[in-house]
Design a protein around this ligand. Structure first.
Ligand code: SF4
Ligand code: SF4
Ligand code: FES
Length: 245
């Protein structure tokens, strides 16, 4: 079926309504060429039910706020076309992200998620005497390359929603917070690695990851939290052997 032929046809949509308890509600939305999943949600809220709760901001893949489960898969909805999300399915099914408390409908509470970033010391620590001038960090240096590999995270929570270990152990820091920690471990300007490595090596830290790659498979930015976590595990062992950077 071509995009032109789809134009104007009605699309069947099932949307989760409620919080932890709720039900799917059926809607029909007019198909449009190059329509995104976020366009569909917006059409429903504007034209059919203004009480539908969901979250978005930038609409261009930068803010990380529009993530939902679309036909069983966590996705950024502003950059996901309906045709790609449907595949062979005749119905678009929308649910809130897994592993997050649901506020209402498609909106989840990100509070614990970002608390884990704080717990993993996912903030830049300049130290007691930060340099007065700009740092010069060679782009080709191994540490700069390792930091750059994970720096484009938009905090969407998709990896967190896809991680089975987060589902089993709600205290696990999770792939996004650990990926952030790894970028900072490799930031030569940062002075907070002792506390950071202690945080990510603790009971709910990086050793809980069992490397099944869901986070890396679904990250819409093409990042690889699995490898970042593997880096943290190596750094943890190096510290235990007295070979810390
Ligand atoms: S690789 Fe680790 S962090 Fe990523 S989804 Fe699997 S268990 Fe979770
Ligand atoms: S690592 Fe990827 S999937 Fe996880 S929060 Fe960052 S951008 Fe989203
Ligand atoms: S609305 Fe900002 S990433 Fe989708």
């Amino acid at each position: 079926m071509t995009a032109t032929k789809q134009n104007g046809e009605a699309l069947a949509v099932e949307v989760w309504r409620g919080a932890a308890a709720g039900r799917f509600q059926q809607f029909r939305v007019r198909r449009r060429e190059n329509q995104t999943v976020l366009d569909v949600v917006t059409d429903i809220q504007r034209d059919q039910d203004p009480t539908l709760a969901y979250r978005f901001a930038c609409r261009v893949g930068m803010c990380g706020s529009c993530a939902m489960v679309v036909n069983g898969r966590p996705r950024w909805t502003c950059r996901t076309r309906v045709a790609a999300a449907l595949g062979a399915s005749p119905v678009l099914r929308l649910e809130p992200l897994r592993n997050f408390p649901v506020v209402r409908d498609l909106a989840v509470d990100m509070g614990d998620f970002f608390a884990k970033w704080r717990a993993a010391k996912g903030h830049f620590e300049p130290g007691a005497q930060p340099a007065a001038d700009f740092a010069c960090v060679p782009p080709a240096s191994p540490q700069r390359q390792a930091a750059d590999a994970g720096i484009e995270c938009i905090g969407c929570g998709i990896c967190h929603a896809a991680c089975d270990v987060v589902a089993w152990d709600r205290d696990y820091l999770g792939p996004a917070a650990l990926n952030r920690a790894w970028t900072l471990v490799n930031d030569v300007r940062d002075r907070g690695n002792l506390a950071r490595m202690q945080a990510v090596s603790a009971g709910s830290g990086c050793h809980l990851c069992h490397t099944h790659m869901n986070c890396t498979q679904f990250c819409p930015k093409g990042l690889a939290p699995t490898y970042a976590i593997a880096g943290l595990k190596r750094a943890m062992v190096a510290r235990a052997l007295g070979r810390a950077r």
